[in-house]
Design a protein around this ligand. Structure first.
Ligand code: FAD
Length: 470
């Protein structure tokens, strides 16, 4: 049943109206989107017919959304509106899909009324649009946009590396954006009649190009001037590596437990060969920073070929998970799937540093037992921390005779409920109400655990998660 609150939830709002972090981002984004649209009114550029008004409104909003795609992926952590990388990438993808659809429909919507008058009239307009020299930029942008969006949708089925895809995605869309700007400022209805309005589009175009140039040419130079050094690469399970780096000048890098960075171990500090990894160590370990990395592809399978002492370039930290989110909670549950253990361990190590006495539970799931990392350290924490316990979860069948402590299967509702029950009634804690849950793992695991948490009535605002893919 669709309720008032479920509709509001869809837009990140709560009833009675409370703005959470995500709804504030959505509101900020919406306000920015309206700027050129409002300018059309202030410059007295109202269209003559309702259809033309609808069409220009859609076009102006779509073009603004196109420019806004650039700050969304530019890792602008100093601007709070664009600092939440997870939110940015999720919306970048959704908006990209809508832009593809609007671009596709754009000529159809312009020509449709002429076809409605008469087929011949429509065909005549179509031919003159295709053959007019001033339409060339628009036609190339239109075809390019459709091809680039299709490549982005099907990138996993194409035989190209993620790095190659990301670079060509950026290059293609910058070109399309410049061509589209040329198109709207030369033949767009606003541009033709109001020169001043074009200044807005060119300013947005220049800002977008500047962001790309900064990310691919200037930022790499800045990172090159403050490299880290590779200290150690050690295999910590059948599929995972622990990589440790150290800041050369022991200053200028800080992070919060739960955050991630883009790590670049190639000779060049350019933004093409970097990979996102969560920090597994805690602040007390600085200037050393460690990562737990699962062998999942062409880069992560070759970590043992890295040279101890070589330079490593670090872009970050990023990510919005942090311990401040649980400062008021009476208990904390950390849930990790596979490589998702890294940020959970960072949080756990941070809590251990503070000797946190609240009930703390770690649910740690893997397909196989030999994939569980750093068990000696985690078991030692069970003894030294005042109220910490780990629940291992293993999907593959194992000899349960000696391992009754392990939950066989995936991290499902029963498993999570069992852990919550182990917290209930301690110092009158009602676990489901008083807990903060941190969650990290691959996308399907996050979706499954979120569903289980929902069915256990854990309030949404008590759940903080990071997905291991964008
Ligand atoms: C926020 C975040 C934190 C992460 N933390 C960890 C961690 O702590 N430990 C860990 O083992 N893994 C982590 N990952 C996943 C890790 O980034 C990928 O497994 C790794 O980049 C794969 O690279 P590859 O070349 O070995 O594999 P590939 O076969 O090239 O890629 C496998 C998949 O990984 C993703 N990927 C690859 N390269 C990149 C890139 N440069 N940028 C973004 N995504 C990429 C793509 O979805 C790709 O389909 C994290 C991912 C994200 C988004």
């Amino acid at each position: 049943m669709i309720t008032q609150s479920s509709v509001l939830e869809k837009f990140g709002l709560q009833y009675p109206f409370k703005f959470n972090k995500k709804s504030k981002l959505a509101l900020g984004y919406f306000c920015l989107m309206l700027l050129p649209f409002l300018a059309t009114f202030s410059l007295d550029m109202a269209d003559k017919t309702t259809y033309a008004t609808i069409l220009t409104t859609v076009n102006v909003l779509a073009m603004m959304a196109f420019y806004m795609q650039f700050p969304l992926v530019s890792r602008l952590k100093s601007f709070s509106l664009f600092a939440n990388i997870d939110w940015n990438i999720t919306h970048h993808k959704k908006i990209g899909l809508w832009l593809g659809i609007i671009f596709l429909l754009h000529p159809v919507l312009i020509l449709a009324p002429r076809f409605l008058v008469s087929f011949d009239d429509g065909m005549h307009s179509l031919v003159s649009v295709i053959t007019a020299p001033q339409m060339l930029t628009g036609i190339i942008a239109w075809v390019g946009m459709i091809i680039w969006i299709l490549i982005a949708i099907f990138k996993n089925t194409l035989n190209i590396s993620y790095e190659t895809w990301r670079f060509t995605h950026m290059l293609g869309l910058v070109t399309i954006m410049i061509l589209a700007t040329l198109h709207i400022t030369s033949v767009g209805s606003h541009g033709q009649f109001q020169e001043k309005f074009n200044l807005i589009w060119w300013a947005l175009c220049a800002t977008s190009v500047t962001m790309v140039l900064y990310n691919y040419f200037i930022k790499p130079r800045i990172l090159r001037s403050k490299p880290f050094k590779l200290i150690d690469v050690a295999q910590v399970s059948s599929t995972d590596w622990q990589v440790t780096i150290e800041k050369k000048d022991a200053s200028g890098f800080d992070f919060e437990a739960g955050q991630f960075v883009w790590l670049n171990t190639s000779k060049h500090s350019g933004g093409v060969k970097e990979h996102p990894f969560s920090i597994a160590s805690c602040q007390a370990d600085l200037p050393r920073v460690s990562f737990l990395i699962r062998n999942l592809g062409d880069y992560t399978s070759k970590l043992d070929t890295l040279k101890i002492g070589q330079n490593v370039y670090v872009d970050g930290p990023y990510g919005s998970i942090n311990l401040a989110e649980s400062s008021k909670a009476k208990a904390i549950v950390l849930i990790a799937g596979g490589a998702g253990i890294a940020p959970m361990l960072s949080l756990l190590r941070g809590l251990a540093e503070k000797n946190d006495a609240r009930p703390i539970r770690l649910i740690y799931g893997n397909n196989r037992l030999d994939q569980m990392v750093l068990q000696d350290e985690i078991k030692a924490l069970e003894k030294t921390m005042p109220n910490f316990k780990q629940q291992l979860v293993c999907n593959e069948e194992f000899n349960q005779e000696h391992r009754e402590d392990i939950y066989q299967g995936v991290i499902d509702k029963d498993c999570i409920e069992g852990v919550f029950n182990s917290i209930n009634n301690q110092n009158s804690i009602e676990a489901k109400k008083d807990c903060t849950v941190y969650l990290c793992g691959p996308k399907p695991m996050i979706a499954g655990v979120n569903t289980s948490l929902k069915s256990l009535n854990i309030p949404k605002e008590h759940i903080h998660y990071e997905q291991l893919s964008f």
